[in-house]
Write a protein that binds this ligand. Sequence first.
Ligand SMILES: C[S@@+](CC[C@H](N)C(=O)[O-])C[C@H]1O[C@@H](n2cnc3c(N)ncnc32)[C@H](O)[C@@H]1O
Length: 253
Amino acid sequence: MDEFQEFMKEFYKFTGIDLQSYKRPQMERRLNSLRVKHAFLDFRSLSHALKHNSDLLSEFLDRMTINVSEFFRNPERWEALLPHLQQLSSGRQLKFWSAACSTGEEPYTLAMLMEERILRPFQLLATDIDRKVLQQAQTGEYKVSQLEKIPQAYRSKYFTEGAGSGIVKPILKKSIQYRLHNLLADPYPVSLDLIICRNVLIYFTDEAKKQVIDGFARSLNPGGLLFVGSTEQLLWTEENQFQSVSPFIYRKV
Ligand SMILES: C[S@@+](CC[C@H](N)C(=O)[O-])C[C@H]1O[C@@H](n2cnc3c(N)ncnc32)[C@H](O)[C@@H]1O
C-alpha cells in the first residue's frame, strides 16, 4: 500500500469519508498542495495533524472538492426543467432534495422558480458534506456581485440588500431545510419528486457514481426527476432506472 492509500485509510477511520471513492489524481493533487502549504513532510504527518486540528480539517474539506456555485447556474438548463416540474403529479406538497448544495445558490434558485413560475407547495432539503458551506447557505448572505444573475424582480422580492451584500429573506428560507449529509455514506431521503445533484458526481470514481445514482433511483417516486450537472450524463443505470427527458434531466421509470 502506498503512502497516499495509507492516508486515505486512516482518514476514513476518523472522518467516515472515503477518499477512495473520489478520482485519485485530482484528489491527490489537491491534498498534496494543502500538505505543501502547511509544510507537512508527508501524508502521515498531515493525517496526524488533521485528527487534532479542526480548522485544518475544515480547510481540508474545502480543498477536497471545489465549493463554487452560482445562482441560476446554466440558466437554459433551469428553463428546461420547468415544464417537467409542472408535470409532476399534483394535489400534494412536492418533496425536493438539492444534494451537494454548497453555499446555497442552487436551492435558493429552485425555491425562487417554484414561488414565481410553478406556484405549487413544496419542501426542499438541501445537503452537503461540508459544515462550513452549509452554514453560509443557511445564513444566505452573498456579495452583490454574486447576485447578478438573478432576475431583478426576484432579487428585489427575495433579498434585502445593503452595502456590498444581499441576504435572503425569510419568505424564501422558510421552505428549505439544511442538513449535513455525505452522499457516499449516509442514508438517503425517500419519496422524492426531484433530486438536483450537480457538479459533484464528476469528482467520484465510476463505481461511486453508480452507487450514488442507484441510491437516487431508490429515493425518487416513479415519475420523479433527477437533474445533474452539465458533464455528468448517466451511463449505466439510464436504461432500466431512468429515462432521459432533456439533456441532464432524467425521469425515474
Ligand atoms: C462544485 S460544488 C456544487 C455546488 C452546486 N451543486 C452547483 O452545482 O452549483 C460541489 C459540492 O459537493 C460537496 N461534496 C463533495 N463530496 C461530497 C459528498 N461525498 N457528499 C456530499 N457533498 C459532497 C462539496 O462540499 C461541494 O460543496
